[in-house]
Design a protein around this ligand. Structure first.
Ligand code: FE
Length: 253
């Protein structure tokens, strides 16, 4: 499928890169770019399998713009594994939760670029992309202990990372919320930490003006109605430690 432009006002562009992960053993993953004026940012660039293709595509989307930030929502390999290559081939700084700073070098890290991996504090931060202020929202335990999402107030897009992930359907934009639930329910029940944290997240994002929620895996929600339904669904979902107790039994020998 071709790149999907989620927003474009001439100076500010949000692009969902063509899916390079479909069909293999690796989980399908979306790569996202935000370009504002002459500066760009890539979100969750992915692992080695997609590295060269995503890199090429990134430069073509950037055009004359320069890559400024590499945002790593959390520590999983489908996000972080190729970060050394990204740092070696661009001048961008990479940002990840301070909790994961000492783990990322295990993917292999050149000393040359080590000081360009930077920590995000627990309370989040703001990226300044040539004057566009992109909010880094705390989304801890959804699913990773040190996890962040990006809210872009110009495009009114929330980049939700693994929250809102769905697997197995053949569409990229959700048109029927109820029909979409089976594609995301199992993942959310097992990976997301608890209803308490889902509710905390829902309360936080209800304070934002959101038109689109896009995940790192699977289909996205467009329009206020869909966004509202997803947030409500999260706030009501039992998951993670709410459900895990019955599994704690010693396996039969
Ligand atoms: Fe993950």
């Amino acid at each position: 499928m071709p790149n999907t432009v989620l927003y474009d006002d001439g100076n500010h562009r949000n692009v969902l890169l063509e899916d390079f992960g479909l069909g293999g053993l690796a989980v399908q993953a979306n790569q996202h770019m935000i370009v504002h004026g002459g500066s760009g940012m890539i979100l969750d660039p992915g692992g080695h399998k997609v590295y060269s293709k995503v890199l090429t595509e990134t430069f073509s989307v950037l055009g004359k713009a320069k890559l400024r930030y590499i945002f790593l929502s959390h520590q999983d390999p489908d996000i972080v594994a190729a970060v050394n290559g990204w740092l070696m081939t661009t001048d961008a700084d990479a940002y990840i939760s301070k909790l994961w700073m000492r783990f990322v070098p295990h993917f292999g890290f050149d000393h040359l670029v080590a000081d360009r991996l930077k920590p995000i504090p627990d309370e989040g931060m703001v990226f300044d992309l040539e004057g566009a202020r992109l909010l880094v929202l705390p989304a801890h335990f959804l699913h990773s202990e040190g996890n962040f999402q990006i809210y872009d107030p110009i495009a009114k897009i929330l980049y939700s990372g693994d929250l809102d992930a769905s697997l197995g359907m053949n569409y990229i934009c959700v048109s029927d919320f109820d029909a979409h639930i089976p594609y995301m329910e199992g993942f959310h029940r097992r990976y997301m930490a608890s209803n308490k944290v889902m509710k905390a997240w829902a309360n936080m994002v209800r304070g934002l003006d959101i038109e689109t929620i896009v995940p790192q895996h699977g289909a996205y929600f467009k329009g206020k109605k869909m966004v509202q339904r997803f947030i409500d669904w999260c706030a009501d979902l039992e998951c993670g430690v709410d459900l895990i107790e019955p599994l704690f039994k010693i396996p039969a020998a």
